[in-house]
Design a protein around this ligand. Structure first.
Ligand code: URA
Length: 477
């Protein structure tokens, strides 16, 4: 048995160096072992195995390297061995990474999915608390990620909270941002982070205002926001009460929760499919394939600042499609369309119009969240006509696959995405407009517009008009 000693649990470079040496020396996976130890740097317990005289340099697919970088962050002890087994097999099976049914490939994809999910949870559930000391104001968060995703995820916080001086402490290590440089330090303990402060109330108010009882699925919610994270979330104290209240109103829905689509696995697969997605002739043949490919979209620059592409959701053959503008802050994090405040307005209006949201395919004209940082918030920015046009390729693909009879567009951007021309929504609102594929478009306002109307009576009147438009769409079906 040959043993390589790695410099740390997430020492990808060390693993890569050792695995390369193993392979060049023809050390089979059964005879290769990896352990984490001090002073290790992909070095060996004894001397490194000598490369075979005839060993030729080898390369591995980029998809493998990207997958391995995620898998190594998994907490399982045998992850180094799994990766070396895959590396070894790639020698004789160069297309192995495309065989998603292979047991090792499937195992690695599953672990990468878990890692990716842990990173997502970290983005969604880290809560900073203010600390003031001699050095000034700092924001500190304690978090226990399911996998070792601190280094992978910290750049997200640096982008999102650029102007804040913050630290994230975890049992695996710590990350700190001083407004310019991101540094990583030793593991921490929970007592090193403050647990309560005045911004608790801010989170509680924020959560209560964005919590949407009509869409509550307790199982799905616990999957998204597992109990293990609750203890560090100020707003979690509200959950039992909010759930109890909504249970009364939406008992039937809670009794039959729908499974959430596996967006994270799709993202991992999309790396593998990336090249394919940008073949000239690539046309997604299923919504799942489309979803995967959107994660690799580079048709315009909006992907850079977004957490993920957010595709449409709903029945594969929905007769009614609703098109919004683009995912907002919450949709970007959750990976689902219309789950934030505008989604709340839409849900209620659909209910009043007698339309079940579960029968509707809900999507957006633009699949990535366009925004600009303002302090610690991300402010929505309207996509340009060029960005809408670039993203039209995806919307058209969704339309081809779903084949809706009626498409309701919410606001000007959605109308531009569907009709391909600039329109004055107020002039063409509420009537069926024939589309070349035989469907009918019905234009109406965006729910965010309703949220922005300050005066109560005007707001109520506009909401009623919105419901009337949805009823008209229903009548066109
Ligand atoms: N606004 C939109 O247009 N779409 C969403 O998904 C959310 C908010």
């Amino acid at each position: 048995m040959r043993v390589a000693v790695l410099g740390g649990e997430t020492d990808f470079e060390g693993w890569r160096k050792a695995a390369r040496a193993f392979r060049q020396a023809d050390v089979t996976p059964e005879r290769a072992a990896f352990r984490v130890g001090s002073g290790g740097d992909g070095l060996f317990d004894e001397s490194p195995p000598p490369p075979l005289a005839e060993a030729s340099p080898f390369s591995v697919p980029k998809a493998f390297v990207e997958l391995a970088q995620d898998v190594i962050l998994h907490r399982s002890a045998d992850r180094f061995d799994l990766l070396y087994r895959l590396l070894w097999r790639l020698g004789a099976e160069p297309d192995l990474m495309r065989v998603v049914t292979d047991i090792d490939v499937g195992d690695a994809l599953e672990r990468a999915k878990n890692v990716s999910r842990a990173s997502h949870k970290m983005k969604a559930f880290v809560r900073f608390r203010k600390v003031e000391d001699a050095e000034g104001e700092r924001w500190v968060a304690w978090f226990e990620p399911a996998h070792r995703v601190l280094e992978k995820t910290a750049p997200f916080f640096a982008r999102r909270f650029t102007t804040m001086n913050w630290s994230v402490l975890t049992p695996d290590g710590s990350a700190a941002w001083d407004g310019e440089i991101l540094t990583f330090g030793p593991p921490a303990t929970r007592d090193m982070a403050p647990s309560e402060d005045e911004i608790e109330d801010f989170w509680k108010t924020y959560y209560a205002s964005t919590f949407n009882p009509a869409r509550l699925k307790t199982k799905a919610m616990q999957a998204e926001m597992p109990r293990r994270y609750w203890k560090d979330l100020p707003e979690a104290a509200l959950i039992p009460e909010l759930v109890a209240r909504s249970a009364v109103r939406t008992e039937a829905m809670v009794a039959a929760p729908a499974p959430e689509p596996n967006v994270r696995l799709a993202k991992t697969l999309s790396r593998i499919n990336r090249d394919r997605a940008f073949d000239e002739g690539f046309v997604p043949s299923t919504l799942q394939e489309l979803d995967q490919a959107v994660q690799a979209c580079r048709r315009c620059p909006l992907w850079r600042d977004a957490t993920q592409g957010v595709c449409g959701e709903g029945p594969k053959k929905a007769r009614l499609m609703i098109v919004g503008e683009q995912p907002g802050d919450q949709e970007d994090l959750a990976g689902h369309p219309f789950v934030g405040p505008a989604g709340g307005v839409l849900d209620k209006a659909l209910e009043e119009a007698g339309i079940d949201r579960d029968d509707v395919f809900v999507t957006n004209a633009v699949k990535h969240f366009k925004h600009e940082p303002r302090g610690k918030r991300r402010l929505h920015k309207t996509p340009t006509a060029g960005e809408v046009s670039a993203c039209r390729w995806w919307l058209d693909a969704e339309r081809r696959l779903v084949k809706p009879k009626v498409i309701v567009t919410l606001g000007g951007t959605a109308a531009l995405g569907v009709l391909g021309r600039k329109v004055a929504v107020t002039k063409e609102r509420g009537q069926g407009i024939g589309l070349p594929d035989g469907a009918q478009a019905l234009l109406t306002v965006h729910p965010s517009y309703l949220l922005r109307i300050p005066e109560a009576a005007a707001k109520a009147a506009e909401r009623d008009r919105f419901v009337v438009d949805l009823k008209r769409a229903k009548a066109l079906l």
